[in-house]
Write a protein that binds this ligand. Sequence first.
Ligand SMILES: [Zn+2]
Length: 235
Amino acid sequence: MQIAPNLYRLGNDLVASYLIDTPEGITLIDAGMPGHWKDLHRELKSLGRAPADIRGLILTHGDSDHIGFAERLRREHGVPVFVHSADAERARTGEKPDTPMGPKKLRPLLGFFAYGIRKKALRPIFVSEVIEVADGDVLDLPGSPRVIGMPGHSPGSIAVHVPVADAVFIGDAFTTRHVLTGREGAQPAPFTDDAAEAMASLDRIANVDASWVLPGHGAPFFGTPAEAAAAVRAA
Ligand SMILES: [Zn+2]
């Protein structure tokens, strides 16, 4: 689905990842669940592109609903996978602390898990080789993505600013649709390791100049990162 010039979304409001298409090739942000492999190929085909056009995949963090097809893309097409060093182990092994689930409602909860089953989320495929990145890095990939450390949801959670897409990708630093309650609007994300740290990290994107704020779960937020951060604080 096209969001803006150069900018496409794979998946839906339940689980989303993103594709940035430039003349230099494609940069992907997140890899959804393993079953999104088909969605990726459908999108590439509609753009007249091939997996060989993908220069790199950046993971906003190492959780299983974001690393989806990363290993397959790396193994079958040699696409490098980038992740913050503090989440590299999580992407490689799935090791993470237990977090309380918090509020939930039955229908959205079941909807999320049913979707996960359909997209093969119960059998995560970990990423055997990653390239570790750090806060402030500008990656040599299409769109020159810049890494912004946003610890909280996980220690290595990042936002990624891509000026050519006029967007900042925030992973689960916050959400615009709570997967467990179905509530819509910018708000803190569930399954967050350190909620206070995630709130403090909102300041990290406040000065980023972009028109789109794109979460791993929920509708695209059309507005500045400062507006999105203010909405999360007010939620
Ligand atoms: Zn997630």
